[in-house]
Design a protein around this ligand. Structure first.
Ligand code: SF4
Ligand code: SF4
Length: 221
């Protein structure tokens, strides 16, 4: 899931300066779980904006705000409220903001109420861990499922570095060194041989942005 955090309210007011009729979007998926864009947060944002003299023309909390098709459909269904709107404020990740901005077109702006931080594993309810940076050239097969690109702050593909001490990372001593974790897991699996090879530089061409994927079997002929 995508982790988000709330922007400063002062930044949001700056975005909305001179735009008094605001339509709010939340997201019932990742932002709901982060408690940044669910029903409670959208309601709280509406109240805050109303106190600042803004009029809330409408609001919606789609199941997944990053679904551009769903957002376009919502724009058609709530046309009257949307016509009376000066700007959209989106309590979702950047992909959600983009979906709303694209549906709104060239005439009305959409602004982010959140900052998007990273792709996370949910390790416990309300606990999120960054374990993958979506590099497009996955090495987890060689590293026991622990990502050196993400869990090592230096992104070293051949580690550990000389700063490791007592199994801890020199960049943040509270964290275990990713390469010690990799070593321990590969040892437990009887795969230490994997560490004898020197990893080649990453193929960053797979990560050139923007990336698009078309799943042919999902296209209606
Ligand atoms: S190697 Fe790349 S794709 Fe694989 S987990 Fe790490 S960042 Fe993600
Ligand atoms: S101590 Fe380990 S995790 Fe930290 S920067 Fe060095 S190799 Fe990476």
């Amino acid at each position: 899931m995508i982790i988000t955090k709330k922007k400063d309210f002062s930044k949001i007011l700056e975005y909305l300066k001179g735009r008094d009729r605001v339509y709010l979007f939340g997201c019932n998926s990742c932002a709901e779980q982060c408690e940044t864009g669910g029903e409670r947060e959208v309601k709280a944002m509406a109240e805050l904006l109303e106190k600042q003299g803004k009029k809330i023309t409408g609001s919606s909390i789609p199941d997944e705000t990053c679904y551009s098709m769903l957002i376009k459909k919502h724009f058609r269904e709530d046309k009257n409220a949307i016509e009376k709107t000066d700007a959209f404020l989106v309590l979702a990740c950047g992909a959600g903001v983009k979906a709303v901005a694209d549906a709104a077109g060239d005439e009305k702006p959409a602004f982010p109420a959140l900052d998007s931080l990273y792709l996370a594993n949910v390790t416990r309810y309300g606990h999120f861990f960054e374990g993958c940076s979506l590099c497009g050239d996955c090495v987890l097969g060689e590293t026991g499922g622990i990502c050196p690109h993400t869990q090592c702050p230096k992104g070293l593909l051949n580690g550990p570095c000389g700063g490791m001490a007592n199994g801890k990372c020199e960049v943040n001593m509270e964290n275990d060194c990713a390469w010690i974790l990799i070593y321990k897991r590969l040892k437990a699996q009887g795969r230490l041989g994997a560490l004898k090879r020197i990893a080649s530089p990453k193929d960053y061409s797979n990560g050139v942005k923007p990336r698009t994927v078309v799943v042919e079997s999902r296209i209606k002929k």
